[in-house]
Design a protein around this ligand. Sequence first.
Ligand SMILES: Nc1ncnc2c1ncn2[C@@H]1O[C@H](COP(=O)(O)OP(=O)(O)OP(=O)(O)O)[C@@H](O)[C@H]1O
Ligand SMILES: [Mg+2]
Length: 237
Amino acid sequence: MSKLEAPDSKHKIISSGNAELDSKMGGGLPAGSLTLIEGISGAGKSVLSQQIIKGSLNNGFTVALFTSENTVKSLVTQMASIDLDILDFLLIGKLRVYPVELSRLKQKAPQALLAAIKQERKFDIIVVDSFTAAIAHAADDEIILSFFEECKRLCGSGKTVIITLHAQAVAGDLIGPIRSMCDAHLNLRSEQDGQRIVKTLEVAKVRGAASVTGAVVGFDVEPGWGMRVIPISKARG
Ligand SMILES: Nc1ncnc2c1ncn2[C@@H]1O[C@H](COP(=O)(O)OP(=O)(O)OP(=O)(O)O)[C@@H](O)[C@H]1O
Ligand SMILES: [Mg+2]
């Protein structure tokens, strides 16, 4: 395997590995940004973050994933099921996966997660999938906001941080400040339309790519393939 050079984060973009999806996001997510991937259960937060993880690894970035949903083994299997093979990257240390039981940590979850993230100095990209369980037990809003503020600070020093979140788990007056703090905000929706489930990705914001703000793309998750962009009209049936 050829040695992958560490990219200069200031000038690179984070790719989902899917050209169509990237173009809807203004070419991809800017490196050094704080990204929020929001959506209800089954909307595609994990699949999208898995696409971004594999796309980033292919482009030479190193990634640390904190997952509250998978073990290393189940993640490898899940990603392989949508054609995202990560074994080699795990073996050479370009990808590190930390299963975290956020619900068990209760009130300490945000701070414990932040401390763990800060230890990963070597890694270009930090992904948290998902942060929802850390919110459930948080004592107050300040702790959640300061978690995002600290993540933003890490981005200021060149790291890229991607956080998935079930928006409905967050109190109404808290989600606004969180969204504003993020450089990129992707909103995933999954709605029943008659017999079909319609999945959409709304590019609510991508810093430096104002032209894509508000773009909505329809997609399906296909076994053996992953996210496939489909026309919204078709998605809506
Ligand atoms: N290998 C696969 N083959 C087919 N569909 C899949 C595959 N993996 C995931 N999906 C589908 O993709 C959709 C999105 O799943 P995903 O796990 O990304 O949702 P999520 O937003 O992370 O949900 P949660 O909040 O429950 O974690 C689901 O409908 C799921 O069934
Ligand atoms: Mg998930």
